[in-house]
Design a protein around this ligand. Structure first.
Ligand SMILES: Cc1cc2nc3c(=O)[nH]c(=O)nc-3n(C[C@H](O)[C@H](O)[C@H](O)COP(=O)(O)O)c2cc1C
Length: 329
């Protein structure tokens, strides 16, 4: 469907990187459910910080479905280049550069979207990273620093000239954070001037919206973040709608249960018996968002500390939901 260097991405919908969310278990689920690509959570370019449990977990790509795309964040060209090189050694097949994140921790170090203010530095970073690795390098940006400094067109040109192979754009400026609605006109203008694939991101939460945005911008693909939380099957829904113009029937309770159980198992396998069940709580909350009356179960689940207890409680809860559904039918 579109190409990132040597990789053919066979879906027009991909998963956005989200720190603390798009870990390997979640990326795998999204890939299995139709996402053409799943970019990792960002990892700092300061390799001296990689010897923490958090970084070690983020750097582990065992068994991951390729192409493995790893996002790096930082502001110093040589450090970014070195981080890219090290990630390739550790299995990255695509390096993605974060110039879109508004988080304070990143911006205070003038990384993430703060870099968009300094076009010369942007070019230096991109060129250094592209020169350092022989895998494709992609870039993720916002439309600019603020509504009166919306320089996505300029940055896109710099990216293309620096050898960037695909560009993802979140349709907000850094100053907009997550407020208001994403705008796609700037993205459409970037698409019109670009020869590399442009991925459109921001507020895409349904197959219909995905189609509308693709039509409006001419982007190669849409990138979905928050709407995939607790709903990894959104990729299958979008893909099907784009291919056929028809909406898939709602996912069944039994399939949600199976996906959730796989997710819980994989979290414990990656994070271990203490952290795994803790991390599972936020994901469970997202899965239950669309299930009315789930608040009580959620509270009970949050009291559980062992993976097996969590797993059994999910099976029991979904069995009850299924019984109620059968009675109502
Ligand atoms: C919790 C959270 C963490 C995020 N972490 C990152 C990140 O590590 N790197 C990045 O480029 N963008 C990050 N983003 C931004 C998303 O990739 C995406 O651009 C944004 O959420 C808009 O897309 P959406 O409306 O589909 O969620 C994050 C967003 C959220 C909500």
């Amino acid at each position: 469907m579109f190409q990132i260097g040597p990789y053919s991405i066979d879906s027009k919908v991909v998963l956005a990187p989200m720190a603390g969310i798009t870990d390997r278990p979640f990326r795998q689920l999204c890939r299995q459910m139709g996402a053409g690509l799943a970019v990792s959570e960002m990892i700092t370019s300061d390799t001296s910080l990689w010897d923490s449990r958090k970084s070690r977990t983020r750097l582990d790509h065992t068994g991951e479905i390729g192409p493995i795309a790893v996002q790096i964040a930082g502001a110093e060209p040589a450090m970014m280049a070195e981080a890219a090189r090290m990630n390739v050694v550790l299995g990255a097949q695509i390096i993605d550069i974060n110039m879109g994140c508004p988080a304070k921790k990143v911006c205070k170090r003038a990384a993430g979207s703060a870099l968009l203010q300094d076009e010369k530095l942007v070019a230096e970073i991109l060129k250094a990273v592209v020169a350092a690795v022989d895998v494709p390098v992609t870039l993720k940006i916002r439309t600019g620093w603020s509504p009166d400094q919306r320089n996505a067109l300029k940055i896109a040109r710099i990216a293309e000239d620096s050898g960037i192979r695909a560009l993802a754009i979140h349709g907000r400026t850094r100053a907009c954070r997550f407020n208001g609605e994403a705008e796609y006109d700037t993205i459409a203008r970037v698409v019109a001037q670009s020869r590399i694939p442009v991925l459109c991101n921001g507020d895409i939460d349904s197959p219909q919206k995905a189609e509308l945005v693709l039509h409006k911008t001419g982007a190669a693909a849409v990138m979905i973040g928050r709407a995939a939380q607790g709903r990894p099957w959104i990729f299958r829904e979008v893909e099907h709608y784009l291919a056929t113009g028809e909406q898939l029937p709602d996912i069944s309770l039994s399939e949600i249960r199976d996906i959730l159980c796989t997710h819980l198992r994989e979290l414990t396998a990656l994070y271990g018996p203490v952290m795994g069940p803790r991390i599972a709580r936020k994901h469970l909350g997202w899965y239950l968002q669309t299930i009315p009356g789930s608040e009580m179960f959620r509270r009970q689940f949050n009291q559980l500390h062992h993976a097996n207890d969590q797993y059994d409680s999910v099976l029991e809860y979904f069995e009850k939901l299924q019984e109620n559904e059968d009675i109502a039918a």
